[in-house]
Design a protein around this ligand. Structure first.
Ligand SMILES: Cc1ncc(COP(=O)(O)O)c(C=O)c1O
Length: 412
C-alpha cells in the first residue's frame, strides 16, 4: 500500500468505510472512456473472468449492483411466487427485498450472538415444503457456517445462495468464498466494499445453464444465440426476448475500474486484516483485561474470528455492553462523531423495518435471542485499507474516552 499522511489529519471525518482509488485505477477508466464501446464491450467479460478466477469459480455475471445480483440469482435459480427463502435478520434490506421482487416469501431465522451469522439450527426449524433456498450473509466478512448450511440444503433439496457482499477475499476451510459448492454467490462493488466499480455487483455460479440465464435476465431476457432461438433467425440482427428480464448491465467503464481494483484485492484484504490485528492490540492495551475480552461476557469485545474461517474484514464491528460503561450506543456514536470518527450499525434487524414487518407478518412473534443480543451490542468502527495504524490508535483512544469517561462521571 502507498503511504501518506494519516487520514485523520487530512480529512475531517474518518468514515466507517470508503474506497481506495489509485492512479492506475484512474488510468484504467480513462483508457476505457476512450474505447469505442462504453458498455456491452470486451471489458465486461474480462472483468467476469478475472473475478471468477480470483474466487475459484467457473462463471461470473457482472451487473449493476449487489441488489441486482441478488435479484438475478433468485430469478435464475427459479425462485418465484409461493416459494420461501430463509435468511438472517442481521443483513441489509436487499437480501430479503430481492426475494420479494420475484414474489417469494422470506422466513427469518436467528443468528449466532457472537458473529451475527445465520444459526443453522434455527434455519432447520423453518424449512417447509415451500422452502427453496437458504441465503446466508457473511456478515462483516466473517464466513457463515457454510459446511452445516450446505449439508442442510443438500438434505432438503434446497438452493444455497450466499450473500457475499461483505466477503470478497474471505476464505472458509482454505477455500475462497465463491469457490465452494453453493448454487450462487453474490457480491457488491459499492464503494465501501472490498473492491469498487462505483456501483456494481456480480453473481458467481458453477452451472453453465444458470450462467446463461443470468446473462439473459441481465439484459431484458434477450437471447442472441441462433441455436437457442425458438424461431429461425431472419438475419444477423435477429434476437428473441424469451422471458421477462431487466437492464442490470454493468458498463465497461465500471468494469475497467473493477479489473484494476481486483488486482489490488490481496493487498486490500491483507491491510484490513492488519488493521483488525492493530485494533485488537490497541483495545486490549487501552481497556485492559477487566473490560476487554473475546467472550460474550466481556463488556467490550472485538469481532470473533472463527478458526478455519478467515474474515475479509469488510467491517470491524465491536460488541459492547453499553450499560456496563454507564452509557448508551447513541451517546457513544455521538461522542465519536464529535471526535471526527464515523461509525455505523450493521444492521437494524430486518423486522424492525416497516417494509419487512408488513411483508413477513408471520415472522414477527418468534423470538430471536441471538440476533437481538448481537444487534444490541454491535458498532462498526472505521475499517478501510487506506487507514493508517495511527488512525486505529486514534479511534481506540476516542472510544476509551467515550466509554470510560462516562463511567467516571456524568456526561450530561
Ligand atoms: C449484505 C448485503 N447484501 C446486499 C447488498 C446490496 O448491494 P448494493 O448496495 O450493491 O446493491 C449490500 C450492500 O450494502 C449488503 O451489504
Amino acid at each position: 500500500m502507498r503511504a501518506g499522511p494519516p487520514l485523520a489529519e487530512t480529512v475531517l471525518v474518518l468514515p466507517y468505510g470508503r474506497q481506495s482509488i489509485d492512479d492506475e485505477d484512474i488510468a484504467a477508466v480513462i483508457t476505457a472512456l476512450r474505447a469505442p464501446l462504453l458498455t456491452c464491450g470486451p471489458l465486461v467479460g474480462r472483468f467476469e473472468a478475472a473475478l471468477a478466477a480470483l474466487v475459484g469459480a467457473p462463471y461470473a455475471t457482472a451487473c449493476s449492483s449487489g441488489t441486482a445480483a441478488l435479484h438475478l440469482a433468485y430469478a435464475a435459480l427459479g425462485i418465484g411466487e409461493g416459494d420461501e427463502i430463509i435468511t438472517t435478520p442481521i443483513t441489509f434490506s436487499a437480501t430479503a427485498a430481492a426475494a420479494y421482487y420475484v414474489g417469494a416469501t422470506v422466513r427469518i431465522a436467528d443468528t449466532d450472538p457472537r458473529t451475527g451469522n445465520l444459526d443453522p439450527a434455527s434455519v432447520e426449524a423453518l424449512i417447509t415444503s415451500r422452502t427453496r433456498a437458504i441465503v446466508p450473509v457473511h456478515l462483516a466478512g466473517q464466513p457463515a457456517e457454510l459446511a452445516r448450511l450446505t449439508a442442510l440444503a443438500r438434505a432438503h433439496g434446497l438452493r444455497l445462495i450466499e450473500d457475499a457482499c461483505h466477503a470478497l477475499g474471505a476464505t472458509s476451510g482454505g477455500v475462497p468464498i465463491g469457490g465452494g459448492d453453493s448454487d450462487a454467490v453474490v457480491y457488491s462493488f459499492h464503494p465501501v466494499k472490498h473492491v469498487t466499480t462505483g456501483e456494481g455487483g456480480a453473481v458467481v455460479v458453477r452451472n453453465a445453464d444458470i450462467k446463461r440465464r443470468l446473462d439473459r435476465l441481465r439484459q431484458h431476457g434477450i437471447e442472441r444465440d441462433p441455436e437457442r432461438m425458438q424461431a429461425r433467425p431472419e438475419g444477423p440482427w435477429a434476437y428473441e426476448v424469451q422471458e421477462l428480464g431487466w437492464n442490470y448491465r454493468l458498463p465497461d467503464l465500471a468494469c475497467a475500474l473493477g479489473l484494476s481494483q481486483l488486482t489490488r484485492l490481496p493487498a486490500f484484504v491483507a491491510r484490513r486484516r492488519a488493521l483488525a490485528a492493530r485494533y485488537r492490540a490497541a483495545l486490549a492495551a487501552t481497556f485492559g483485561a477487566s473490560a476487554y475480552g473475546d467472550t460474550l461476557e466481556a463488556p467490550l469485545a472485538a469481532p470473533v474470528e472463527i478458526a478455519g474461517r478467515e474474515s475479509a474484514y469488510h467491517l470491524f464491528a465491536i460488541a459492547a455492553d453499553w450499560a456496563h460503561f454507564g452509557t448508551t450506543r447513541a451517546r457513544t456514536v455521538a461522542a465519536l462523531a464529535e471526535a471526527g470518527i464515523g461509525t455505523q450499525v450493521h444492521y437494524i434487524p430486518l423486522l424492525q423495518h416497516p417494509l419487512h414487518a408488513a411483508r413477513c407478518p408471520g415472522e414477527l412473534a418468534r423470538p430471536r435471542p441471538g440476533a437481538d443480543r448481537y444487534y444490541a451490542r454491535t458498532l462498526s468502527l472505521p475499517m478501510f485499507p487506506a487507514m493508517h495504524d495511527a488512525d486505529v490508535d486514534r479511534v481506540v483512544a476516542a472510544l476509551h474516552r467515550a466509554l470510560v469517561r462516562t463511567t467516571e462521571g456524568p456526561t450530561q
